[in-house]
Design a protein. Sequence first.
Length: 95
Amino acid sequence: MQGKEKISPSVNHSRSVMHRLLYAGKNPDMHRRDLRIAGRDASVYYAEGLVSADFLQRYVIAPCQEMTTVFGDVTRAMLEHIPGSDVEEASTYED
């Protein structure tokens, strides 16, 4: 078994890894929404049928896009902006 890959600061590398791990392109239910959070590029991945695009837009993407600056802990900032969220911080892609 190979070791877990640490999350890269490069959003393009991370998108490539997540594409491979989530079988995007082979699994038509997996989707990615690109956005900017506090001036930084980000992506949200979701499985169609488990969460609606409207819910995702209203309760995850819109609150994230309202965050213009994040000082300190990004996870904490997201918890404060996303209502009823279950946000977890990960250090590897496999987590």
